[in-house]
Design a protein around this ligand. Structure first.
Ligand code: IMP
Ligand code: MG
Length: 183
């Protein structure tokens, strides 16, 4: 399947059915790992909202949800400058925190969020990300515990992820078609 968003072409990478199966397994694992605890899921906006919604439907243990919002991307370019748009709205002292991300690319965003959360002295911090680009990862982040899929170092959209704000509503995940550079 091939689609176009704005000026870019994309090909199907991961079907929703696969995402659903993987999400169910992660949910089961979380139910076991956090049995008898009441973790707080911290969703990283905007991208994680679709994954977080599906994930929470698989979580049966008692839990709370809050959000933070940061941005570093302009279109499909990572600017490297992280801006906090919405800070933590909840006291995380002594809480078990599960950060939920759509994708970990360089890891800079995650590092920033982990540092922000650790300032509040939570009991524990782990990261659950739907996608991980291992080749792009520049930080050693030991908190990354749950990973949906490892993907190639390519720009992806769909299932919450956007290109220029578009494509978040796509059910499946698509990768940008390789275009040889003009130079
Ligand atoms: P990092 O700071 O380089 O790890 O970038 C992480 C953030 O950039 C993610 O939370 C996404 O919002 C965004 N991002 C990274 N890669 C992609 C991509 O391939 N498609 C869409 N957004 C992405
Ligand atoms: Mg994000």
């Amino acid at each position: 399947m091939h689609i176009q968003i704005d000026d870019k072409d994309f090909n199907l990478l991961i079907e929703y059915d696969q995402i659903k199966k993987r999400t169910r397994l992660i949910g089961i694992q979380l139910n076991v790992d956090y049995d008898n605890r009441v973790p707080v899921f911290v969703g990283v906006l905007n991208g994680s909202f679709v994954f977080l919604a599906d994930l929470l439907k698989e979580v049966t243990i008692s839990s709370e949800v809050t959000f933070v919002k940061v941005s570093s991307y302009d279109g499909d370019k990572n600017t490297g400058v992280i801006k906090k748009q919405v800070g933590l709205q909840m006291d995380l002292k002594d809480r078990d925190v599960i950060i939920v991300e759509d994708i970990v690319d360089s890891g800079a965003t995650l590092r920033y969020i982990i540092d922000m959360i650790r300032e509040q002295n939570p009991a524990s911090v782990c990261v659950c990300t739907l996608l991980l680009k291992p080749k792009s990862l520049k930080e050693d982040i030991e908190e990354i515990t749950y990973v949906g899929f490892e993907i190639p170092d390519e720009f992806v959209v769909g299932y919450g992820l956007d290109y220029k704000g578009l494509g978040r509503n796509l059910k499946d995940i698509y990768r940008a078609q390789y275009v040889p550079s003009e130079t």
